[in-house]
Design a protein around this ligand. Structure first.
Ligand code: DC
Length: 230
């Protein structure tokens, strides 16, 4: 079977990670959580107190070795062999990550890595510029969305389940601010391309959304198989 690329973009907490993880497990594809990479750099910048110094962030990013390991439904994230998995989804990192992600040099470096990670086989990748910049030739392109209320509740629940002390209004505000920066930035903004199929998860269960996407992937697998026989 030839290699299939599934690209998923969408605003924060729209359900991309949940869907992408399950799809990867179900289909035996590699799962690529690109947001985790931007978060890892943001965490390192915060830790080294350079988060507001663009030149220092650019210099740092070039010397970082970022790797991802998807195990037991969790993306483990490593920076120069230090595991940062537990530190990248905090409100502090969420607060700064969109500022770091708008730096062109940071994006160039991470996009290069992301393309490399797709060389191993079929992949399901999610983020903000996957359908447009990272894998513009993806076999399946999805734009995930959900109402602001549903996205806020989902993210708030995740924080509470992890025992984090957050206020729902702060979560709502952070999602809104990130979406504005992520969609409004000059380089690789989040946008729905014409070819992308929109999946609105506001009123869908995870099973319903997976059924929809798996059908699209199966069709792409068949097409790819058919083309390889020509
Ligand atoms: O998917 P996430 O919410 O964990 O992503 C965190 C931030 O990283 C998001 O607000 C913007 C940035 N990001 C990006 O700019 N491009 C991507 N492909 C993925 C994430």
């Amino acid at each position: 079977m030839s290699k299939i690329i599934v690209a998923i973009d969408g605003p924060a907490a729209s359900g991309k990670s949940t869907a992408a993880k399950k799809l990867a497990e179900l289909l035996g594809y590699v799962y690529l959580d690109t947001g985790a990479m931007y978060r890892a750099i943001t965490y390192i910048a915060l830790k080294n107190n350079i988060v507001d110094d663009i030149d220092k962030v650019i210099k740092a990013v070039k010397g970082l070795d970022i790797s991802l390991k998807f195990e037991n439904s969790v993306t483990r994230v490593f920076v120069n062999d230090e595991e940062v998995t537990d530190f990248i989804r905090t409100p502090e990192v969420s607060e700064k990550v969109s500022e770091i992600s708008r730096i062109p040099e940071v994006r160039t470096e991470l996009v290069r890595l992301q393309k490399q990670m797709s060389e191993k086989g079929s992949i399901v990748a999610e983020g903000r510029d996957i359908t447009t910049v990272v894998f513009p030739n993806a076999d399946v392109k999805i734009y995930m969305n959900a109402s602001a209320d549903v996205r806020t509740e989902r993210r708030y629940k995740e924080f509470i389940e992890k025992g984090m002390d957050v206020k729902i209004d702060d979560v709502r505000e952070n999602l809104k601010k990130r979406d504005e920066i992520d969609s409004g930035r000059e380089i690789s903004p989040l946008r729905k391309t014409e070819e992308a199929i929109e999946v609105d998860t506001t009123n869908l269960t995870v099973e319903e959304e997976l059924t929809k996407i798996v059908a699209l992937i199966k069709k792409a697998e068949l097409n790819s198989h058919h083309n390889s026989l020509k």
